[in-house]
Unconditional design. Structure first.
Length: 339
């Protein structure tokens, strides 16, 4: 007797992680970089479970002990508390989604506490140094008559200028297309987190530099998609890692600890506040949902004010060291006759 073999005509069901990622991307419309971070964290957890338990990744079988063991292994491997915190948040969102969909009956992350991370003021580049970088780039552009080099110089200069002048995020810079720019009204539409949009004013000089780059870009790649991405490399929209590499290279001469796109966003905010801008105006520029997020920059501004006070005020410059009243052998001693 010959048995009958039944072949399913239904397509294979997507794995839970795939379904969750689709949910983030298409239903919640989360930013691409956010989705990629969630997926990276969840795949890493899935791979660890599979390797250590030598079994298929089944969310309903995951226990709180499994999660704790994974987090402990990350800590042993030197993963920072900030990164571990993000990974816990990724797992929480994933298991809450599965609980809502009734794929699991309990959440293995419910008893997991987020690791505490020390509060740190954001890193920023001194605005005088950014201005110096932009001036050097502008002089290089004026001297250059080689199209290949000029392409890099125009694009790199514009990237620094957009991040520094508008305070936008790296992903927001990447997302700008030609149809987001209004030359007549001097504005750019910025698409931020969770696809929230805001309009920011653009100085005339920056508009001129955008036009200058567009002319070069259109000569190099006349037949690309419409509307064109503003910033392109090799005919394609620039990627996050390319933006980071360009900014890191361009800021190499500065004294900043972190030479990153986000450091320029912090520079924008601190410069605006130090020059007297209203904090609510800065909040709108940055696209913050909460004023509390913007207020961290007031701490940076105060720290800068204190530093300037200590360096500049004669009562602090010439105050004797309590442990060395005569200021003998004090390298910081100031000449009393200095004006």
């Amino acid at each position: 007797m010959t048995g009958t073999i039944f072949i399913s005509t239904y397509p294979p069901q997507p794995m839970p992680i795939d379904r969750f990622i689709s949910y983030l991307r298409y239903e919640l419309n989360r930013a691409q970089l956010t989705v990629e971070a969630y997926e990276r964290d969840l795949r890493q957890f899935s791979d660890w479970i599979t390797a250590n338990n030598k079994t298929q990744f089944r969310p309903k079988d995951i226990t709180t002990s499994d999660v704790r063991a994974w987090l402990a292994s990350l800590a042993r491997d030197g993963v920072s508390p900030r990164s571990i915190r993000r990974k816990v948040q990724s797992l929480r969102a994933f298991f809450k989604y599965l609980l809502r969909k009734q794929v699991i009956s309990s959440d293995p992350t419910s008893e997991i506490t987020l690791p505490k991370i020390p509060k740190q003021l954001p890193d920023f580049v001194r605005h005088e140094e950014v201005e110096g970088v932009l001036r050097l780039e502008e002089r290089a552009i004026e001297r250059n008559d080689n199209d290949a080099d000029l392409e890099d110089e125009l694009r790199n200069h514009l990237i620094i200028e957009l991040l520094y002048s508008l305070g936008i995020r790296r992903a927001e810079l990447i997302a700008i297309s030609d149809n987001d720019i209004s030359f007549s009204s001097g504005e750019i539409k910025i698409t931020g987190k969770r696809s929230k949009q805001r309009i920011v004013p653009v100085p005339e000089l920056l508009l001129q530099h955008i036009r200058r780059w567009q002319q070069m870009r259109d000569r190099l790649w006349p037949d690309t998609e419409i509307p064109k991405p503003l910033i392109m490399i090799n005919g394609e929209r620039i990627t996050p890692i390319q933006v980071y590499q360009i900014v890191n290279k361009e800021l190499a001469s500065t004294s900043a600890r972190k030479k990153s796109p986000h450091a320029l966003r912090h520079t924008f905010a601190t410069t605006m506040l130090n020059e007297g801008a209203d904090i609510n105006t800065v909040k709108e520029f940055l696209g913050h949902a909460s004023l509390a997020t913007t207020q961290i920059y007031t701490h940076i501004s105060f720290a800068e004010m204190r530093k300037a006070y200590q360096n500049a005020h004669p009562r602090l410059r010439n105050t004797p060291n309590p442990t060395n009243p005569d200021n003998k052998d004090n390298k910081d001693n100031t000449n009393d006759t200095a004006i």
